[in-house]
Design a protein around this ligand. Structure first.
Ligand code: AMP
Ligand code: GLY
Length: 432
């Protein structure tokens, strides 16, 4: 069979790498992919305007594509799944309606209220004065969020009332996030430990992926601005069996039922970003309508079941209850380009990447590419901005996995590379 994967990040590299392991797969097209996916067995990068849904459909028809997997949120929010399915192409991801769970924070909040899903108290505003008055009443710390898609960067955790006012001005008055910030959601500050809970859903059945946790802040000790994610690991010890059951019961199952009741059964990956409080009760910080990046990289490193088979079962409404996971933890460290997340540098030459053969010889290390491309002279790989690589390792313990990833990270060089040495610190502390 042939597969089309939409996207260019580390998540898509990991999805492609997993799909390639299945013997029945012939060719995996990735639009647009990155320098890492071009090196992967069975994989071929293609240039395709994925905003043009008709062009995607025609590509699939002309290239005997049997299945589309949509990686990132933007095409999901734009309704690519609806259009490809209407053209008869099996497509894995949520519909445009369901993708609003990520595409609009206001939609997500109202949906959670209706479905009784625990989340922070909030109010939505389009006027700066009213938003600031709300902040004055509630005090700090408080959280200010752009309503629309902002690549994980439209969230300000304000430590002071003045910071919250400034964030409101940035979003509503100065238009820092464009249309995505023309409405803001202001919500109560939650405390506890975060975890990512990602499932496959086929409209009815839920197949939870292995648990995981990412680090969204740019700097060590979870300091600095929010990013798309600077590293992740799986499993997340904070998600004990008791917490796991509560998440299914209080969060995932209600979403599935509420979507069904609305006439829009949820299909695809669903990501609940959670805060687990001291009592072990989960609160939803956000929903994403896709697999997480970088969570995908360590999670898929541990998946022993064929991802293609699982997606086929998902498309048929027959997801199994569980998959087979490597018991060893996996941990991924992101190397980002200079200036990320505020600015981004491109075109810096990357050296010291382990040869692909080498990583196949040592299946406990895998370098997933994100913002990389092959230089015009074809001789080397250069950075293409943002998050560049995610070095992912399996280990006997989470500490071993961290050390193994760090060792490979140390051999990779590009101008201005930045990464965190402390990915997984909370899990390591729990273990010690
Ligand atoms: P989001 O993009 O909504 O996941 O927010 C990005 C990050 O901001 C989260 O991973 C949290 O670390 C933090 N955050 C968002 N909302 C809250 C909240 N209500 N309370 C505390 N931290 C939050
Ligand atoms: N790692 C967070 C996300 O994928 O949104």
């Amino acid at each position: 069979m042939n597969i089309l994967i939409i996207g260019s990040g580390g998540r898509e590299h990991a999805l492609a790498w997993q799909c390639a392991k299945d013997d029945k797969v012939n060719t995996i097209y990735i639009a647009p992919g990155n320098a890492g996916t071009t090196l992967e067995n069975k994989c071929e990068n293609i240039a395709l305007d994925t905003d043009n849904h008709q062009a995607v459909i025609e590509f699939c028809q002309n290239n005997a594509v049997d299945m589309i997997i949509v990686g990132p949120e933007a095409p999901l929010v734009a309704g690519l799944v609806d259009d490809c399915r209407a053209a008869g192409i099996p497509t894995w991801g949520p519909s445009k309606y369901c993708a609003q769970l990520e595409g609009s924070k206001t939609f997500a909040k109202e949906f959670m209220e209706a479905a009784n899903v625990p989340t922070a108290g909030y109010e939505a505003f389009t006027e700066a004065a009213a938003a600031k008055a709300y902040v004055d009443t509630h005090g700090a710390p408080i959280v200010v969020k752009a309503d629309g898609l902002a690549a994980g960067k439209g969230v300000i955790v304000a430590e002071t009332v003045a910071d919250a006012h400034a964030a409101i001005d940035d979003m509503l008055a100065d238009n820092k996030f464009g249309a995505a910030g023309s409405r803001v959601v202001i919500e109560q500050f939650l405390t506890g430990e975060e975890a990512s809970f990602i499932c496959m859903i086929d409209g009815e059945n839920i197949l939870p992926m292995a648990t995981s946790q990412d680090h969204k802040r740019a700097y060590e000790g979870d300091k600095g601005p929010n990013t798309g994610g600077m590293g992740a690991y799986s499993p997340a010890p904070v998600v004990t069996d008791a917490v796991y059951d509560k998440v299914i019961e209080r969060v995932i199952r209600p979403v599935v039922e509420q979507m069904k009741a609305a006439g829009h059964p949820y299909t695809g990956f669903l990501y609940a970003g959670l805060m687990i409080d001291d009592a072990g009760d989960p609160y939803v910080i956000e929903f994403n309508c896709r697999f997480g990046d970088p969570e995908t990289q360590p999670i898929l490193m541990r998946l022993n079941t064929s991802l293609v088979a699982l997606i086929e079962q998902g498309l048929a409404g027959k997801l199994p209850e569980s998959a087979d996971w490597d018991p060893r933890p996996a941990l991924g460290i992101v190397l980002a380009s200079k200036g990320y997340p505020e600015t981004s540098s491109k075109g810096d030459v990357i050296t010291g990447l382990p040869e692909l053969d080498h990583t196949e010889e040592d299946p406990t290390i895998k370098v997933f590419h994100a913002g990389t491309k092959t230089a015009a002279d074809d001789a080397h790989i250069v950075t293409d901005g943002g998050r560049v690589l995610c070095v992912t390792a399996l280990g006997e313990t989470i500490f071993d996995a961290q050390q193994a990833a760090l060792q490979t990270v140390a051999s990779i060089r590009f101008d201005g590379a930045q990464y965190r040495r402390d990915i997984g610190y909370q899990a390591i502390a729990r273990q010690n």
